[in-house]
Design a protein around this ligand. Structure first.
Ligand code: F6P
Length: 327
């Protein structure tokens, strides 16, 4: 028997394009299955403070195409404490919310895992992060849009780099993950990518540039913000010393990568996963993230989703591909 009558939905951590499409799917699926849906503002922080709003089909009209999150988001220090989580649980019970859907990344799921285990409270997660650094799904909601934002920006940088015969070091997001750098680097035809998982180091980059073609008029190096060298400006300093003849510029793309209209891939992924999250809760799922792998929907326990064990596609074969293509 289905005991769930009222589900809460929140977005937490860094926002990602497609979060609104996910909220819309959760709300519409909830209504479809005769559930009440309560929106929680500003993630776990808003939950602790009881910032609730009732959601209806109209409250999610016209948002599928919008970046950001209408529920707003936050990173909550209070929720990291047991007292904070106890208060959050108290708010949920007081509000009559029987189960929760959280949309976010590894920080969000770390919190969700604790909420389910400490209070035996049903929570299902949706992978919403531009970083794509979660197990249990080929792609996270927001990643496709973010890498397209990166390639659009770097294509423009390539135009000016080519005109001036310059070497550009472009820093992309990914505090702990090089997945944005890897795909976008291949997409823009980068001469090299530097990512935390590959540990190329500046020496490796210098060797790559020394052995590379000398007649290229522009060069693009993509650096993930989490790379051990410490960001694009540090890489730029080292390269300026080693290659004084190069005209070097640095460009940090920053938060433009988190905004903008979600791509169709992200809208569809968010819609499919959002509906499945509601159906999963109704069927008794809890403590799991819903994801899509090889086109199949699957549920992965939170503590596994955040483990970064497969490091996804960052395999030697992909790194070799970057090297081959940069000839
Ligand atoms: O959303 C993930 C992420 O974009 C990381 O790649 C990045 O390091 C981080 O968020 C930055 O977030 P903020 O500026 O919100 O602290």
């Amino acid at each position: 028997m289905n005991k769930i009558k009222n589900i809460g939905v929140l977005t937490s951590g860094g926002d990602a394009p497609g979060m609104n499409a996910a909220i819309r799917a959760v709300v519409r699926a909830g209504i479809y299955y005769d559930l009440k849906v309560t929106g929680i503002l500003r993630g776990y922080e808003g939950l602790i403070h009881g910032d609730f709003i009732e959601m209806d089909r109209k409250s999610v009209a016209n948002i599928i195409q919008r970046g950001g999150t209408i529920l707003k988001t936050a990173r909550s220090d209070a929720f990291r404490t047991k007292e904070g989580r106890a208060e959050a649980h108290r708010q949920l019970v007081n509000q009559g919310i029987d189960a929760l859907i959280v949309i976010g990344g590894d920080g969000t799921f770390t919190g969700a895992h604790l909420l389910t285990t400490e209070f035996d409270y049903p929570v299902v997660g949706l992978p919403g992060t531009i970083d794509n650094d979660l197990e249990g799904t080929d792609f996270t909601i927001g990643y496709d849009t973010a890498i397209n934002t990166v390639i659009n920006a770097v294509d423009k940088i390539r135009d000016t780099a080519e005109s001036h015969d310059r070497l550009f070091i472009v820093e992309v997001m990914g505090r702990d993950s090089g997945l944005i750098a890897l795909r976008s680097g291949i997409g823009v035809g980068a001469e090299a990518i530097m990512i935390p998982e590959a540990n190329m180091g500046v020496d490796g980059l210098v060797t790559r540039l020394e052995s590379g073609r000398k007649d290229k008029s522009s060069k693009i190096i993509i650096v993930a913000e989490g790379d051990e060298v410490g960001g694009a400006f540090n890489v730029g300093e080292v390269l300026k010393e080693k290659f004084p003849h190069y005209d070097i510029r640095v460009s940090v793309l920053g938060h433009i990568q988190r905004g903008g209209k979600p791509s169709c891939m992200d809208r569809v992924l968010a819609s499919r996963l959002g509906v499945t999250a509601v159906e999963g809760l109704i069927a008794g799922q809890s403590g799991v993230m819903v994801g899509q792998k090889n086109r199949e929907i699957l549920f992965t326990p939170f503590d596994h989703a955040i483990k970064h064990i497969d490091a996804k596609e960052i395999t030697p074969a992909w790194l070799k591909l970057v090297e081959i293509l940069s000839l």
